[in-house]
Design a protein around this ligand. Structure first.
Ligand SMILES: CCCCCCCC/C=C\CCCCCCCC(=O)SCCNC(=O)CCNC(=O)[C@H](O)C(C)(C)COP(=O)(O)OP(=O)(O)OC[C@H]1O[C@@H](n2cnc3c(N)ncnc32)[C@H](O)[C@@H]1OP(=O)(O)O
Length: 194
């Protein structure tokens, strides 16, 4: 069973997404947006360490290999971890738009169990943009990039200013991020390339 709620249907006057001229070339790795991110950072021992690459247009591909720390049932990936993989992949799309955005809504279909040791091959694309709202969709396949779909999601991301994180984040992590020149450079790339 799968389906998408009306909240994830773009309005009739939504625009076709436009890849930012400075977006990484197709095939180029996007890198982590934050080393401590549970989805893509290498600073979290049990994190997903998901690696995304730019695709054509406003699309990305990514891989995530399920480890024992990611189990829900014995030998199977936890659904919330799979949703995280979809969320992270969808979130990385915003780098191609040079827009900072957070997940507002994420609707997930779990179509096949995903065993520990499996590599999930993810693909995502932005389908429409309407004001601050970014509509996107993703699939995760097993057994190879052309294997059967195990999980899929539709999402709405909402554009925010960098102040969103400064205002809501815990002070010690925000301070550490601001003291990290690589982090500051990455955030500036968004601010100077509107
Ligand atoms: C140098 C130091 C700083 C470091 C900076 C680091 C930079 C890092 C770079 C990149 C980070 C990306 C991280 C990726 C990680 C993976 C993605 C995640 O997991 S993100 C975490 C989970 N998500 C949240 O925590 C959102 C929590 N929610 C909110 O903050 C708000 O609700 C927010 C921003 C989503 C919306 O709040 P509003 O007050 O700004 O705007 P309103 O007016 O409510 O919504 C705008 C439009 O969106 C629709 N909308 C909002 N939420 C919706 C929903 N759930 N379903 C449907 N529509 C929704 C509304 O109906 C409205 O639409 P109409 O303009 O009226 O047509």
């Amino acid at each position: 069973m799968s389906g998408t709620s009306p909240a994830l249907q773009p309005p009739a006057d939504a625009l076709t997404p436009v890849r930012h001229p400075d977006a990484p070339a197709p095939g180029e790795p996007l890198g982590s947006h934050y080393a401590e991110c549970f989805g893509c950072g290498d600073g979290r021992p049990h994190g997903l360490r998901l690696q995304a690459r730019a695709g054509e247009g406003v699309s990305v591909t990514a891989e995530f290999t399920v480890r024992p720390a990611h189990q829900g049932a014995p030998g199977l990936a936890h659904g919330g971890v799979l949703a995280t993989a979809l969320d992270e992949t969808l979130g990385s799309l915003n780098w191609l738009l040079r827009t900072i955005a957070v997940t507002g809504r994420l609707e997930t279909d779990f179509q096949r169990p995903v065993p520990v040791g499996t590599t999930l091959h993810l693909e995502a694309e932005v389908t429409a943009v309407s004001g601050r709202k970014i509509y996107s969709t993703a699939t995760g396949r097993i057994g190879g990039p052309d294997g059967p779909v195990a999980v899929r999601a539709d999402a709405l991301f909402v554009e925010v200013k960098v102040e969103h994180f400064v205002e809501h984040g815990r002070e010690e992590e925000i301070r550490a991020a601001m003291d990290d020149p690589d982090q500051v450079r990455r955030v500036r790339a968004f601010e100077v390339n509107p």
